[in-house]
Design a protein around this ligand. Structure first.
Ligand SMILES: Cc1ncc(COP(=O)(O)O)c(C=O)c1O
Length: 401
């Protein structure tokens, strides 16, 4: 620390208390490092870090310690060599597509029932930029194989558990098919979380999370992350150095803190979602329930295999019998504990009307093709008591009709 005793007040106000000598202790929890500058004894070190011949930090758009701690935790939990964090899940998806080589003149084969913004990113932005996008139901493996053989795409894109229809992707088979046709497999693992599924272990090349959801887990932080090989990670790093969609240190800290209770939360969310799904499936006002934990779900056995019997996820969707948009809105307004907020994966139980929120950017025809009707409601189970949640759903269903 510089000796400030003979310096003027303004100089002391700037430098006092800063740059304490290196500590001889290690904090138990990772500190938040909000600095945008890093000092080294030798400028040669700074130069070597810029040249990537030495590890370190020079500027937070290139990397920063709290963010690096979050990245390293995600690489560990997903079983990947490396991870790169982004300011949001959408930032992570865009970067993964670019790092996988999606460009003008290339093709992407993608599931049609993706999160609405991912669908629109592919269908509008990438299409406008000159890429070709072919949507294929990824649960129809022969249709996927046909599309891959015909188009030889750069990337195959799927969600482990799809938003909002809860279809489960056969990741090992999709990885095999993608690689046989020269494509990389990109998997959005947001709904499953690394607790239930590690797509890299099943052959995926890029795993993407909206860490805003289960990973952060408390509804108070927006973040995204891609887990991949060390080589692909270098591509993400070079890209984000230029486009700047970086995660901030405060957000990285919140996400890292949330991550620590991921297994506790997801176990409770899976148990709550299972009880709610079973109850809804028997309810006379409910026309259908999508939840991989129900034995009637078309990919129930696959989900059990992929998720190692640890659960089937915290999200489900259901169709209120004969409901139009207004009936669903009245149902959502009548809820007292379940919150009608536009997110998922929190400790709070959350409901959403996909047609007017998560999938609003799709045209009515696109939604109809994908199977998202006006009466569809998505529910993300929180960690509250399941009986209280069911009582809330019961009174809201009664008052809405
Ligand atoms: C499955 C899935 N992927 C990605 C995203 C985008 O994440 P973010 O909102 O953090 O950009 C969402 C958002 O809801 C999502 O549900």
């Amino acid at each position: 620390m510089t000796d400030l005793r003979d310096k003027a007040f303004a100089t002391r106000a700037v430098h006092a208390g800063e740059r304490a000598p290196r500590p001889d202790y290690t904090p138990v929890a990772t500190p938040i490092h909000p600095t945008v500058g890093y000092l080294y004894d030798s400028i040669d070190d700074l130069d070597a870090i810029f040249a990537t011949t030495r590890e370190g930090y020079v500027y937070p758009r290139y990397g920063s310690p709290t963010v690096a701690a979050f990245e390293s935790a995600l690489a560990e939990l997903e079983g990947g060599e490396a991870a790169h964090a982004f300011a949001s899940g959408m930032g992570a998806i865009l970067a993964a597509l670019l790092a996988a080589g999606v460009r003008a003149g290339t093709t992407v084969v993608a599931a049609p029932d993706l999160y609405g913004a991912t669908y629109t990113l592919l269908n509008r932005l990438f299409t406008e930029l000159g890429a070709t996008v072919r949507f294929v139901d990824v649960t129809d493996l022969s249709a996927v194989e046909g599309a891959l053989a015909e188009t030889r795409p750069a990337a195959l894109v799927a969600e482990t558990i799809s938003n909002p229809l809860l279809k489960v992707a056969d990741l090992p088979t999709l990885a095999d098919l993608a690689h046989r046709h020269g494509a990389q497999l990109l998997v959005d693992n947001t709904f499953a979380s690394p607790y239930l599924c590690n797509p890299l272990v099943h052959g995926a090349d890029f795993v993407i999370h909206s860490a805003t959801k289960f990973i952060g887990g408390h509804g108070d932080v927006m973040a995204g992350v891609v887990v991949t090989s060390a080589e692909n990670r270098r591509g993400l790093y070079e890209l984000n150095k230029l486009v700047g969609g970086v995660l901030g240190p405060f957000e990285a800290w919140l996400a890292l803190r949330g991550l620590k209770t991921l297994p506790l939360r997801v176990r409770q969310q899976c148990a709550n979602a299972t009880r709610i799904a079973k109850w809804l499936a028997e309810h006379p006002k409910i026309a259908g329930v999508n939840y991989p934990g129900l034995p009637t779900h078309p990919q129930h056995k696959l989900a059990r295999r992929l998720f190692g019997g640890q659960g089937f996820g915290g999200v489900l969707s259901f169709e209120i019998a004969g409901a139009d948009r207004a009936t669903v809105f009245r149902f959502m307004e009548a809820l007292e504990l379940c919150l009608p907020a536009t997110t998922l994966g929190d400790i709070y139980t959350l409901v959403l009307h996909p047609a007017t929120s998560s999938h609003r950017s799709l045209s009515a025809e696109e939604r109809a093709r994908v199977g998202i009707g006006e009466g569809l409601v998505r529910l993300s189970a929180g960690v509250e008591d399941a009986a209280d949640l069911i009582a809330d759903l019961e009174q809201a269903l009664a008052s809405a009709s």
